[in-house]
Design a protein around this ligand. Structure first.
Ligand code: NAP
Length: 307
């Protein structure tokens, strides 16, 4: 019979890292899996995380690395395996990866979220050829060029500010005439002279053959269509939870997030959720980290009751 873990954590973003640290401190026999080898999850793609207390202006990749190193010092590191499916047998949960089958008493889902797509012509075809979902990863390729950022949230604002430092010109296409981004980011955006807002507009088609040449947009108020000539299109229209594999395993809300409160308790006994993957009003590094700690506290309470 294979080993049975007290806790199996899926995901090595801030929620998973925090959970791993708390699990190590609690002396739980823990296995930690993540499909990527670089810890940090989505923050790895963030140029600067300037709202995590004590770390002003730290780059996402550095913060992820610092968190990962912290976990390593506590004696726990993620194993790089891709989870294919999960199963609940009652007292045990089974996790099937591309390499192994694992058994655990409790399972913590901290797999975060991924980029939402626009699903317009040209998006898939020109992905990696001017279409990007990560300005900090790909922005440098557009030095002195023109780019478009689509979206009006914090990510879009941060991406546009980042791109404005390297690009000659940056358009921000937003479907309303008001940004969702935090005021501080809106102010920074407004201060960038090479950023032009394209309000009330939705993207229709990304043009180009082997490289992006333009973005066709429609003004939703006037119906007028116009072509923005650009070398790159950065799509920042929100995130979708990575819950496909857990659809019949735990209850999801209408947007696909796992229904779980601050304590991380899901509809399935012994299964917990932390970070961007769960229903919550504020998805930030600081709330993900807090989720990880709370979920491990709930795991401990659950395990005590089982003994
Ligand atoms: P978001 O806050 O959900 O914003 C998505 C933006 O894309 C919205 O402006 C939305 O328009 C627009 N949008 C959505 N679907 C669209 C479509 N099909 N076509 C055109 N536009 C579309 O997503 P996010 O900016 O990625 O942020 C995700 C979470 O991470 C948020 O909780 C955010 O606060 C957090 N975050 C925080 C920071 C930070 O604090 N430094 C940085 C990055 C992200 P509407 O406004 O009209 O809905």
């Amino acid at each position: 019979m294979s080993e049975i873990y007290d806790l199996l954590i899926l995901g090595a973003g801030p929620a998973g890292i925090s959970a791993a640290i708390y699990a190590a401190r609690a002396g739980l026999n823990t296995l930690w899996l993540d499909k990527q080898f670089v810890p940090g999850g989505q923050i790895v793609n963030t140029y600067e995380v300037d709202n995590y207390p004590g770390m002003p202006g730290m780059s996402g990749i550095d913060l992820g690395e610092a968190m990962g190193t912290h976990a390593e010092k506590m004696g726990i590191s993620p194993v790089g395996e891709n989870v294919l499916s999960v199963e609940d047998t009652g007292t045990e949960k089974l996790v099937y990866t591309n390499k192994h089958e694992y058994r655990c008493r409790t399972l913590l889902l901290a797999c975060g979220a991924t980029h939402r797509k626009l699903n317009i012509p040209g998006e898939e075809e020109l992905s990696g050829m001017g279409v990007s979902y990560c300005a900090t990863c790909d922005g440098a390729f557009f030095k002195d060029r023109t780019t478009v950022v689509v979206g009006g949230g914090n990510t879009a604002a941060e991406d546009a500010i980042f791109l404005a430092r390297v690009c000659r010109k940056v358009y921000v296409v937003h479907r309303r005439n008001e940004l969702r981004a935090d005021k501080i980011l809106q102010d920074r955006l407004a201060a960038c002279e090479n950023i032009e807002m394209v309000w009330d507009s939705i993207p229709l088609e990304i043009r180009g053959t082997d490289q992006v040449t333009g973005l066709l947009v429609r003004n939703v108020k006037t119906g007028e269509e116009s072509l923005l000539e650009t070398d790159g299109v950065f799509i920042a229209v929100g995130i979708l939870p990575n819950t496909d594999k857990f659809r019949n395993f735990v209850q999801l809300d209408e947007n696909g997030y796992i229904v779980a409160g601050e304590e991380g308790v899901t509809s399935t006994p012994g299964v917990f959720a932390a970070g961007d993957i769960r229903t919550k009003s504020l998805r930030q590094v600081v709330t993900a980290v807090s989720d990880g700690a709370n979920a491990v506290n709930s795991v401990q309470k659950y395990l005590l009751k089982q003994n």
